[in-house]
Ligand binder design. Structure first.
Ligand SMILES: [Zn+2]
Length: 167
């Protein structure tokens, strides 16, 4: 049992008494102790935890808050983190659409390559495989590069007929 000074009359009192035996003032240390014990999450802290749990939930770790309050606020951090993370990790509809679009583009490109190779072969030119096809900027036609750029052809639409030229 330790002795402390009464905050009102400065007399020495036991720290275990509730009131100063000299002046009747409440034992400030005891009061503080009591206050810490049953600390409840007030409105401000509650709102803080609700909206910014990453910042405010830590306050419940201060002396006096119940295990339940701590558990609730940290569970809330977890929930809000999950809510924030799930849309990021989940494939959003737009990225899904982009994927389909790029796959379509690839398919189109493959079709174009096959068609170009067939056309070139039909003209009696050599093109075992097409490296890449680039469309003409101004007219309807394509530059076609075959077999690791060994052959370069131009395919152009001339009045409805596709003409193959060797470059
Ligand atoms: Zn006193």
């Amino acid at each position: 049992m330790a002795t402390i000074k009464c905050t009102e009359c400065d007399n020495k009192i036991s720290d275990s008494v509730k009131f100063c035996p000299h002046c009747g003032a409440p034992n400030s240390q005891d009061e503080e102790h009591e206050e810490h014990e049953g600390r409840t999450v007030g409105f401000l802290l509650g709102s803080g935890i609700l909206f910014l749990p990453l910042i405010f939930s830590w306050f419940t770790l201060r002396k006096g808050y119940s295990a339940k309050a701590r558990f609730m606020s940290f569970a809330w951090i977890y929930v809000t983190l999950m809510i924030t993370i799930i849309p990021i990790t989940n494939k959003s509809p737009t990225s899904q659409a982009q994927k389909i679009e790029s796959r379509k583009q690839k398919e189109n490109e493959e079709n174009l390559k096959r068609t170009a190779a067939n056309l070139i072969n039909a003209y009696g030119y050599s093109c075992d495989f097409v490296d890449h096809v680039t469309p003409f900027a101004l007219s309807e036609g394509f530059n076609v590069f075959c077999e690791n750029s060994r052959y370069h052809y131009e395919i152009e639409n001339k009045g409805g007929n596709w003409i193959v030229r060797v470059k």
